[in-house]
Design a protein around this ligand. Structure first.
Ligand code: GDP
Ligand code: IMO
Ligand code: MG
Length: 423
């Protein structure tokens, strides 16, 4: 059976966690393929709201197996807390959750390096979640990293010490004010490594290959969003992994010809947390209204998310680089009550009208050109089928489908599992 992918098409927080949870009943295995605890994937059901960071969003389904793939970076400290948070739910994670030996480990000094790097950048900072993501992937590509499989070796602490010492020298080099007590951080880290080691480590590419061969269905879960991709995102204001479809192949060891559906998730508008260009950003009361109704505050850092209209040019670009086969539109309910809605359908780029995402999208070079739509007043949150949708919402959806040439398979009308309408 083919491996289906689910990934975000904007700057993250599109609602991936919610939809993975909804789709899990159709899959035997859910596998996270990149990112780390910079992610915050929110699930809501039976009056419970839960945020997952490293653990795949299929964990609440008793039948599913959840794999943390080789492309993920794991902070044992955050991970141990995540497991603790699951204890109240009676989840047998010792059998349901398995971890790739090839996944890299985030060390306490990676977090410190993240902080030092950001502090040294001043106003040009990335707006990182400061979870050590960038420095850990740097050590991975620099061939210095510690992998989960290393933790099974007797001499891993020697390797750890050498790397942590090197990191401390690097932190000094930054010459910025980063306060820390490494002894305390290490005590916490080594305790958390014990918790991590109580879980099953596997050769996940082999596991997934055999599972696929024996007819098991697999859903690969992405983190972040396509515009935060290290290659195709708004560099340097991106994360440090490939968040796009290709990242699922390298992050799980799944061959490209084994990929089936590519589910692309987007919000009916756009948000971004952290720094970097955002052509359709709103700085007025309309943007504030979106943030308020949409409760746009980061699940990881609590930072306010910047809000703006849907950017169809950026969305087309994301569909293209990912090969999206089915779209899912999230948070349509948030747009109820807006008199008119805008969608960016072209850019004015240095005086010229263009319809692709260019290399440089800084505001001094690029202004959005909008198509306006009539809004709808109806509350969507109680709706259960598309026949209840107001005409204006149907018009909005039809326009997007026509422009993107991809069907919108799901319209989400609220955070709860049940507030999901299949078309
Ligand atoms: P993820 O990182 O892509 O999993 O998304 P987050 O969990 O960071 O952010 C999405 C937020 O929107 C969460 O608070 C969800 O509970 C919420 N959410 C998801 N879908 C919907 C929806 O259709 N409507 C509303 N109002 N909220 C939603
Ligand atoms: P999920 O999976 C939204 C953003 C950060 C920052 C940039 C780099 O919940 O959608 P990093 O910590 O990776 O060095 O931060 O990327 N960022 C996210 N924004 N959702 C996320 O994950 C994000 N993960 C990272 O805000 O701008
Ligand atoms: Mg999130």
């Amino acid at each position: 059976m083919a491996v289906d992918l689910l990934l975000g098409l904007q700057w993250g927080d599109e609602g991936k966690g919610k939809i993975v949870d909804v789709l899990t009943s159709n899959y035997n295995i859910i596998a996270r393929f990149q990112g780390g605890p910079n992610a915050g994937h929110t699930l809501e059901f039976d009056g419970i709201k839960h945020v997952l960071r490293t653990i795949p969003s299929g964990i609440f389904h008793k039948e599913s197996t959840n794999v943390i793939g080789n492309g993920v970076v794991i902070d044992p400290v955050v991970f141990a807390k995540e497991l603790e948070g699951l204890n109240q739910f009676d989840i047998d994670y010792k059998t349901k959750l398995i971890i790739s030996r090839k996944a890299h480990v985030i060390l306490p000094t990676h977090r410190l390096l993240d902080a030092a790097s950001e502090a040294s950048k001043g106003k040009a900072k990335i707006g990182s979640t400061l979870k050590g993501i960038g420095p850990t992937y740097m050590d991975k590509t620099g061939r210095n990293g510690i992998r989960v499989g290393d933790l099974e070796l007797s001499d891993w602490k020697d390797k750890y010490r050498a790397l942590a010492d090197k990191h401390e020298a690097m932190i000094k080099f930054y010459n910025v004010d980063v306060q820390y007590n490494l002894d305390e951080m290490e005590t916490e880290f080594f305790e958390a490594v014990k918790v991590l080691k109580s879980l099953k480590f596997i050769d996940s590419e082999e596991y997934l290959y055999q599972a696929q061969k024996s007819g098991k269905s697999i859903l690969a879960e992405g983190a972040q969003g396509s515009l935060l991709d290290i290659d195709f995102g708004t560099y340097p204001f991106v994360t440090s992994s490939n968040t796009t479809a290709a990242g699922a192949c390298t992050g799980l060891g799944v061959a490209p010809n084994q990929i089936g559906e590519v589910y692309g998730i987007f919000k009916a508008y756009t948000t971004r947390v952290g720094s970097g260009p955002f052509p359709t950003e709103l700085f007025d009361e309309v943007g504030e209204k979106m943030a308020k109704i949409g409760n746009e505050f980061g699940a990881v850092t609590g930072r306010g998310r910047r809000c703006g209209w849907l950017d169809l040019i950026a969305l087309k670009y994301a569909c293209q680089v990912n090969g999206v086969t089915k779209l899912m539109m999230m948070k349509g309910d948030v747009l109820s009550g807006f008199k008119s809605l805008k969608v960016c359908t072209a850019y004015n780029y240095k005086g010229e009208t263009i319809t692709h995402l260019p290399y440089n999208i800084e505001p001094e070079n690029l202004k959005p050109i909008y198509t306006e739509f009539k809004g709808w007043k109806e509350d969507l949150t109680k709706m259960t089928e598309t026949s209840q949708f107001p005409k204006e919402l149907n018009d909005y959806i039809a326009f997007l489908e026509k422009e993107l040439e991809i069907p919108i398979h799901v319209v989400s009308v609220g955070p709860d599992r049940k507030q999901t309408i299949f078309r």
